[in-house]
Design a protein around this ligand. Structure first.
Ligand code: ADP
Length: 217
């Protein structure tokens, strides 16, 4: 199975698409945002360093992210293909990741760029609610993505929360950070010939269908 890297602004739907593709194909799912939130919850040194930055909508230093990725990518659920959701986010991360792939003798796979306009992304971030236990993503105002019971996770019955960085103010900072530091990856991967573009539709199923086409092409 082709490995997948999602390249997209915050709240474009990387997490939701990852969950759907994981279910269809059995991919390992690596979300650096989820990994960091776990470290914050556990109160590790890394978590303590990341927490303030994340709340401010800033990126966490490259070395810390690379440490997380190196440990995660070698787990058995990644043996037959994995999805990178939220990594690489900077040119340095992308270069170091290329070196890591060489070391591990793994393929880069395909980079899926999700196109979404800022207004739609803000709307999604501000109405996103997540399960602090299993990480599943819901949306208060979307018919197809709201939980069956208001405020409760369908899968584990946990109370859903709004992420600390999903306010409009922090979202704007995250978006700026994305334009400045992550957007250059578009050219980086395009030049390698591995970039494919899909659109973020209102319905997650339409976006999913496009992603499936790219993976199976
Ligand atoms: P979203 O799903 O909205 O794109 P994430 O959950 O992926 O957000 O990431 C949340 C935050 O975690 C980011 O705003 C950033 O502070 C930090 N983060 C996640 N991945 C990375 C990364 N690869 N490099 C630097 N910071 C990261």
């Amino acid at each position: 199975m082709k490995n997948i890297i999602f390249l997209a602004p915050p709240a474009a739907g990387k997490g939701t698409l990852s969950e759907m593709l994981q279910e269809k194909y059995g991919y390992g799912h690596i979300s650096t945002g989820d990994l960091l939130r776990e470290e914050v919850k556990k109160g590790t040194d890394l978590g303590k360093e990341a927490e303030g930055l994340m709340k401010a909508g800033k990126y966490v230093p490259d070395e810390l992210i690379l440490k997380l990725i190196k440990n995660r990518i070698v787990k058995p659920d990644c043996d037959n293909g994995y999805i990178l959701d939220g990594f690489p986010r900077t040119i340095v991360q992308a270069e170091k990741y290329d070196e890591l792939l060489k070391e591990l003798n793994k393929d880069l796979g395909v980079v899926i760029y999700i196109e979404i306009d800022k207004e739609m992304a803000i709307k999604r971030a501000c109405s996103r609610i997540t399960c602090p236990k299993c990480g599943r993503i819901f949306n208060k105002y979307s018919n197809e993505m709201k939980p069956k019971k208001e405020g409760i996770c369908d899968d584990c019955g946990e109370k859903l929360i709004q992420r600390a960085d999903d306010s409009e103010e922090t979202f704007n900072k995250r978006f700026d950070e994305y334009i400045e530091k992550t957007m250059p990856l578009y050219d980086y991967y395009n030049e390698k010939g591995v970039l494919r573009k899909i659109k973020a539709y209102e319905s997650k199923y339409d976006t999913f269908d496009e992603a499936v086409k790219v993976i199976e092409e």
